[in-house]
Ligand binder design. Structure first.
Ligand SMILES: Cc1ncc(COP(=O)(O)O)c(C=O)c1O
Length: 376
């Protein structure tokens, strides 16, 4: 993975590089610091040079690209016609919730989890119920059963799970499907991090779990793995008529709201990006190892469970005794910008999330700065 110097990275105008002043190392927002996959750059360059910058008309290329990627990476057979372009994962989830719920309904999520999971249900006008992950960061199936028995409309699954990096097992997903069917709950499976499953773990697409297609809608995107978040394209995938009918009922204007360059880039990434992605995964594996080693030697009071997927590390800083807001301490004393654990739910107090999708040098600088702040 080629990562530019900090000086060059600071010229980026995206959220990661605009959140803090220049003396802060930004290790928060989930963007990658590497250059784009060559296939993506070539596709975007060709589109711009041809002034091919109008409205998106994603079909049929997007469906074919998603289906090809799913088949090659996980042996998952996706019907290209069952793939629908949408602005981003957030828009996709909110529109699905609008189709699946009525005002008094409840939606269940499992914190600690990606902060917008807390915002999407209220945006769609429904209540939220939290069923936290277990202490080992696994789905708490007995607690989920108790919650499902009250007949919530939807469970939003995060697989792989941001911020803890858990890749849920086939058995866990099968148990979830059984509960969803038993209690009439629809599962929205956010699989945006699935291309980022690291060596040692294996991803199970929810729609490959027997029986899941009747009760599951999945969302895929190239935006995390290929750093395309600003281009605005994600894909809703269904595996059966009932779930496909939900998408068919979407307001017609939705299709005009996907980024055309997002579709162009996503098609290139999912069609011709495998070799680049494999290199990226090897690099991220190395960064994960580097972070583990540097936490052990430089920041021994911080504990973590190395993630099975993603470039995000969920760091337990409670032993530092920083009034449960270590993010403020690392920002003010170390000038390192991290995501505060409390954004991922109340039990995130005392935690931070660190993005290691960067160069060995920048990660080294971040942990050195953090260590000197805790030494004081
Ligand atoms: C689990 C999860 N879902 C969705 C998103 C955001 O996706 P999008 O920008 O497509 O809405 C992120 C971004 O980090 C994420 O981690």
């Amino acid at each position: 993975m080629f990562v530019d110097s900090l000086e060059t990275l600071r010229k980026r105008r995206s959220a990661k590089w605009r959140t803090y002043p220049d003396d802060v190392l930004p290790m928060g927002v989930a963007e990658l610091d590497c250059s784009l996959a060559p296939a993506v750059t070539a596709a975007l360059r060709a589109a711009v040079e041809a002034a091919d910058t109008g409205y998106s008309a994603a079909q049929p290329e997007l469906g074919a690209a998603v289906a090809g990627f799913a088949a090659r990476r996980w042996g998952w057979e996706v019907d290209p016609a069952a793939v629908t372009a949408v602005t981003d994962v957030g828009v996709g989830v909110v529109e699905l919730l609008r189709m699946l719920t009525r005002p008094a309904d409840t939606v269940v999520i499992s914190p600690p989890v990606y902060p917008p999971f807390f915002d999407w249900p209220p945006e769609a006008g429904v209540q939220l119920r939290e069923v936290p992950l277990t202490a080992e960061y696994r789905l708490d199936l007995p607690a989920l059963e108790a919650a499902f028995a009250a007949h919530p409309a939807v469970y939003i699954l995060c697989n792989p799970h941001n911020p803890v990096g858990r890749v849920h097992t086939p058995d866990e997903l099968a148990a979830l499907v059984r509960l969803a069917k038993l209690y009439g709950v629809t599962i929205i499976s956010d699989e945006i991090h699935s291309p980022l499953v690291l060596p040692g773990a294996r991803f199970t697409p929810m729609l490959t779990v027997p029986g899941a297609a009747e009760v599951t809608v999945s969302l895929m995107s190239a935006s995390k793995a290929f750093n395309l978040a600003g281009l605005k394209c994600a894909a809703i995938v269904t595996g059966g008529a009932a779930m496909a009918a939900l998408v068919e009922r979407f307001p017609p204007d939705i299709r005009w709201r996907t980024g055309h360059l997002g579709v162009v880039a996503t098609v290139a990434a999912f069609t011709d990006g495998d070799a680049w992605l494999d290199d990226l995964l090897a690099e991220l594996d190395a960064r994960r190892g580097q972070l583990g080693e540097q936490l052990r030697t430089r920041l021994p009071k911080i504990t973590w469970t190395p993630p099975e997927a993603t470039y995000l590390a969920w760091l337990d800083c409670r032993a530092l005794g920083e009034d449960n807001e270590p993010r403020e301490m690392f920002l003010s004393r170390a000038r390192v910008g991290l995501e505060p654990g409390t954004r991922f739910g109340a039990r995130g107090a005392g935690f931070v999330r660190l993005n290691f999708g960067t160069s060995a040098d920048i990660l080294d600088e971040a942990t050195a700065r953090m260590a000197s702040a805790t030494d004081r």
